[in-house]
Design a protein around this ligand. Structure first.
Ligand SMILES: Nc1ncnc2c1ncn2[C@@H]1O[C@H](COP(=O)(O)OP(=O)(O)OP(=O)(O)O)[C@@H](O)[C@H]1O
Ligand SMILES: [Mg+2]
Length: 333
């Protein structure tokens, strides 16, 4: 069976000029600049089946956007092979472009001075969408994204949330089979974020499109993706089920205590690894097997007004992975 997306030993390196501070260095940089290679993507391989909705995450500068740009043909790889729906993305053939969609949370792709509905009509013409398909799609978008009131307002006058919803319509109007979503919820409030998440989920289920989603909001990934790919320093550190990853790391519990008077952190350190939230509130992280015993001990030793016991949140798990990758890279194992 052939994959919808297959990436084999993809590398994308950039050459950048570097310059030390000072006038002499500025003059030297004009004549003979120092160069440095940035390995934005450094030998990654993965493949996706049709209909998969995969979370592609990593810290700032990890190589996510560069990878998505290579997959959509916006960047030419330094080496390796990429196939999307059987096409080589960089060739940018019409048949390829007709089947992909790209939403970038940080970039405006709608025409700024005209209402979104005019951009939609333009896309209808470019992608040769039939009247019936156009109507069917718009009905779906208007209903799930609740945008009928805003599409006739010039884009520049829309709020970020309203604009992002319209960005989705413009990018997906031609029913692409593969969709790249690069931080689609960045800067959105909780209600708009929920709406976009619900939309992505429904769209994926209804149209069976293959979706790669990058986001720094771990709740996006947790609520939408069963599979997770973690990239850092241009390399893949994890590719597998989100549940497995959470299971591996969720051997610990978090205990949050609120005391009825200020407590010193030094008095709490003997119970478990502790983190101060404020003088009255502390969070403990400890092995699952010891959680109840330690909780009982603290309850008997201190005046507690509130206690919350929870699994380690996904943000915490991911941040532990980023930190340990970074330590490993710097040699501070
Ligand atoms: N055009 C370019 N020229 C030189 N270096 C670049 C270029 N584009 C990206 N880089 C570098 O490549 C690395 C990866 O960048 P990329 O934008 O792919 O990261 P990212 O994972 O998307 O990060 P973020 O979460 O901040 O969006 C960074 O070190 C970045 O500075
Ligand atoms: Mg990025």
């Amino acid at each position: 069976m052939s994959y919808t997306v297959s990436v084999s030993h993809l590398q994308k390196h950039f050459t950048v000029n570097t310059k030390s501070p000072g006038l002499a260095a500025s003059l030297k940089a004009i004549i003979n600049p120092d160069k440095k290679i940035v390995k934005a993507v450094d030998d990654i391989s993965f493949s996706l089946n049709q209909g998969e909705l995969v979370g592609f995450i990593g810290p700032n500068g990890a190589g996510k956007t560069t990878t998505l740009k290579c997959l959509s043909g916006l960047l030419y790889p330094s080496s390796g092979e990429v196939k999307v729906l059987g096409h080589t993305p960089f060739s940018r053939e019409y048949q390829f472009l007709r089947q992909i969609g790209f939403v970038m949370g940080q970039k405006n792709q709608l025409w700024w001075d005209i209402p979104p509905q005019e951009t939609f009509l333009l896309h209808k013409a470019i992608y040769e969408i039939s009247d019936a398909d156009y109507k069917k799609c718009l009905d779906f978008f208007f209903e799930t994204l609740d945008i009928s009131d805003v599409v006739s307002t010039p884009t520049k006058k829309l709020s970020l949330g309203q604009r992002m919803k319209c960005e989705f319509v413009a990018a997906l109007l031609h029913s692409p089979k593969v969709i790249f979503l690069d931080e689609p919820t960045i800067g959105l409030d909780v209600v708009a974020t929920q709406k976009i998440r619900k939309f992505i989920k429904e769209y994926n289920q209804q149209f069976k499109s293959t979706i790669i989603l990058t986001s720094h909001n771990m709740a996006d990934v947790e609520q939408l993706c069963q599979r997770l790919i973690i990239i850092d320093n241009g390399q893949i550190y994890y590719d597998g089920a989100l549940d497995n990853l959470a299971g591996q790391y969720r051997q610990t519990k978090q205990l949050k205590f609120t005391f009825d008077q200020a407590v010193k952190i030094s008095d709490l350190k003997k119970y478990a690894d502790v983190h101060k939230i404020d003088s009255y509130k502390y969070s403990f992280s400890l092995p699952k097997s010891q959680a109840l015993q330690v909780a009982a001990k603290i309850l008997s030793d201190f005046p507690v007004v509130d206690l919350n016991i929870s699994d380690t949140p996904i943000e915490e798990i991911i941040s532990q992975i980023y930190i340990s990758n970074n330590d490993h890279r710097l040699g501070n194992k």
